[in-house]
Structure formats: C-alpha cells, structure tokens
Design a protein around this ligand. Sequence first.
Ligand SMILES: NC(=O)C[C@H](N)C(=O)O
Length: 336
Amino acid sequence: MTKELPKVRLLTCGGTIVSSGESASQMTGYRLKDFSVDALLAAVPGLSAVARLDVKEVARIDSMSMTSAVWKDLGRAIEEADADPEITGIVITHGTDTMEETAWFTHLTMKTQKPVVFTGAMRPSTALSADGPLNLYNAVRIAVDPEARGRGVLVALNDVIIGARAAMKVNPTNAAAFAGLAEGPLGLVSGDAIVWFGRPEKPFGAAAPFKLETYAHPKRLPRVDILYSHADDDGMLVRASVEAGAEAIVHAGTGNGSIHAETEKALQEAAQRGVFIIRASRVPGGCVTPGLAEWQERGYIPSGTLSPQKARILAMLALVTFGWNPEKMKEAFERY
Ligand SMILES: NC(=O)C[C@H](N)C(=O)O
C-alpha cells in the first residue's frame, strides 16, 4: 500500500498571489478581483504529489489594509489546524506589504510546533513569470519538511526562507523582495533540496508569554504609533500621537535611534505622561543600542534588531500582556 501524503492546511488572506492584471505584461497597478484560490492551485502542477491540501479562506484583502482583527481570525484558524492531528503543516498566503508584521505577530502568539510558512507573490497571477505558483509549491514543500519544525514562523519567497523576526520587505517590485535583516535567512530552497542552516535565537511561540486571547476581537490592540524622523522634525507628530491616546511610541529615528533636538522635548513630555518610548531606527538592518545615558534614565527602550514595524507589535503585545509595566516592557525588548 502506498503511504498517504501529508495534509497541509492552506489559509488564504488575499494579496498579489490572487490578484489579476489586464495583460501578461502588467506588473503593477493590478487589483484583487475574482481570481480564485482554486485557480491558483490549478496553476501549480505537481502540488498534489507533495501534500493533500485543505483550503480555508481567512480574508481576501490587500495586505496594506491589514488589521489586528484579521490577525486574530488567522490565529484562531492556525489553532484549529494545530488541534487537528491529521495536519502536518500550515501554509498562509498573504500580501507581501505587511506579511512580515502578520508573521511576527503569529510567531509570538501561536504555540504550535507544526511548521507555519507564509508566502505570497510580487507579480499578479496573470503576469509573465508570475512568481506565486512556485512560491506556493515551495511553501508546501517546506511545511511538510520535518526539519522545518521548531524554527518558528517562516517567510518563504523566491527560494529564501527567513524567520519571522528578521523578515523584511526590502524591494517594492522585485521577486527577491524579502531579506532577513541583521539575522539573515534560516534556509534556502535549492532546486529539489531544502537546505537549513539557522534557528531563531530568541524565545517565541510556546516559550513566549503572549497569547491570542488577551485582546478582545474585534477591538484593536493598544494604540502604538510609529513616528518617522527627518530633518526639520519638530515633535508635532509626537504630541498628536499622545493626544490620540498612544500608550507607546516607536520613534523611527535616524542612525542609531537618534532623536532630533526639537522632537526630544515632545518625547520627554510623552514619557513623563507614562507613554513608553521605543527608540528604533529608519536605517534598515543593524542594531539600535541603548545610547545616551539620559535616554536610559528617561526609560527609553532601544529596539535592538527589530524594525520599527516589528517593535510596534512587540510593544502592543507587551502592553496587553503585562499592562503598564516599565520593567516588563524593557525585558520584552531584551528577550524576544
Ligand atoms: N505583492 C503584494 O502582495 C502586494 C500586495 N498588494 C499586498 O497585498 O501586500
């Protein structure tokens, strides 16, 4: 008797992988129309020889409009797949614009040991050399690879496998859109082989205290704004953010998380009012260090190797999990 193929739950969230243009040469300016997931699967010959796929639509949106309400629906769908003993791995198709954010949220909150692989496409389904079908094929291969277990949530496109913590979209149009900043990739798809060489260094999933149930759907997570600094910055956005009820501000500063002298006054006032200040950087890659002694005295927290968008998610999760707790907020940025 032939061995039954492993079963993979495919959770779909929309994005370019199911978008269509007017012609094969249209690479941008396309829309999410009526291209179905079934049509996407039909465009992947050989997929049925890798795994049995069982599909569930979680959302059908362009990922620039992602919300934490969708993260919660996705989390519930992953928990369902985790509880099903027949399912070996989970693949999530998602727009690439905010894929790194959904993947990071999932990496911190999901407790499953099963592989969870995010993929998507940079070219619409109708394009010449559409990249979605091969990306999906490879994501399913990764999801059934026993070696993928224990490496946390993965982002796999264009033959590169990157951990959710490090993954960042670094090109707006190229098929090689993702890089694993600072930490590098965890593996590669090399033709028929899947090659692994890295594991996440920091605790995640079951080793992290963050849980999906801690925020009430459809309510958003606590307000945390990202403020991008530049010449002539004057702190106006800091004041607006505090006014809007931000519980933390991620300051995407220049260089090593540096702060414009004019903005510093507004950040200091915000910190005195109990708003957490996370010092991140608009520079991609590298590591933001604790910096000036007075920043440390004021309780500003360096983002380390987390991008501003990842720092925002960690701050939100720390707020819902620990409440207003400066020690725990600082520890969260050191540990996760
Ligand atoms: N390449 C993409 O997937 C971009 C897309 N518009 C999105 O949903 O993020």
